[in-house]
Design a protein around this ligand. Structure first.
Ligand code: IPE
Ligand code: IPE
Ligand code: MG
Length: 241
């Protein structure tokens, strides 16, 4: 799928860089993992807010390919949190008709977590409501590099003519191949950078940077940002007519 051209209406696909868990915990004199737990609780509320907000696709950045640089304690804590979260939430996603997908480099994750990710994807594969995509061990550059490797193999195996490669080719090799491009990317915690998130896909996305730390991000703020988007004029390089 490609760009979303329906101007004037709400965003079909919202992507969120959920940032600020560590600072939220530090402000309370608690360990960073306390903030990650508080942040995980917020996800459900935002997923539940999607149907009313008219958001069909929600993609959330949970762990980047660069986050391995953190302490062993934090990384191990996060991996444990992801395992427990997926195990605990997958039945409720089925009940709420939420289709779960994961993007990112899976071979870099441990077997147990990968098995849970597969299970959640299988279990929700017939769900037709909100499409929730969780970016786990995800990096935009890493994704493009992995896509290029697969594309090069297809050329080598005679399945793809290099002369036919254009802008529509690479997206078919990205982890996001079944998703539309994000219309709106939100980042919490006051940082105005994209930190390697959905680089190719966000070429024409609108951005909202808010100061709220992720554990304080509410469905009301989500609805406000989604509503605000409706008033924007997306020109995709053209001229307003
Ligand atoms: C975002 O919160 C969650 C992850 C990156 C896993 P942070 O942990 O980056 O929180 P801050 O930015 O240090 O406050
Ligand atoms: C981006 O946040 C990654 C996630 C939200 C998972 P970071 O906190 O890792 O990004 P930087 O380090 O501020 O760029
Ligand atoms: Mg951060």
């Amino acid at each position: 799928m490609g760009k979303t051209m329906d101007q004037g209406s709400g965003p079909q696909h919202v992507a969120i860089i959920m940032d600020g868990n560590g600072r939220w915990a530090t402000q309370r004199g608690r360990p960073r993992l306390f903030g990650h737990h508080a942040g995980a609780k917020r996800v459900r509320e935002i997923v539940e807010a999607c149907p009313d907000a008219g958001v069909k696709y929600l993609t959330i950045f949970a762990f980047s390919t660069e986050n391995w640089k953190r302490t062993q304690v934090e990384v191990a804590g996060l991996m444990g949190l992801f395992r427990r979260y997926i195990f605990k939430e997958m039945q409720s996603f089925v009940k709420e008709n939420v289709r779960v997908r994961f993007i990112g480099d899976r071979p870099g994750l441990d077997d147990k977590l990968r098995a849970l990710m597969d299970e959640a994807e299988d279990l929700t594969s017939n769900c037709t409501g909100t499409n929730l995509t969780i970016a786990l061990n995800y990096g935009g550059r890493d994704e493009v590099a992995r896509a290029t490797k697969r594309l090069a193999r297809d050329v080598r195996d005679g399945k793809l003519d290099p002369e036919s490669v254009d802008e529509e080719t690479l997206p078919r090799y990205l982890d996001t191949r079944v998703l539309p491009d994000p219309d709106l990317v939100i980042r919490t915690s006051g940082e105005a950078r994209i930190s390697n998130f959905l680089l190719w896909q966000s070429a024409y996305a609108e951005y909202e940077f808010v100061d709220t730390l992720w554990p304080d991000f509410s469905p009301a703020e989500f609805a406000r940002l989604v509503g605000q988007y409706g008033g924007r004029d997306r020109r995709f390089g053209g001229v307003k007519t």
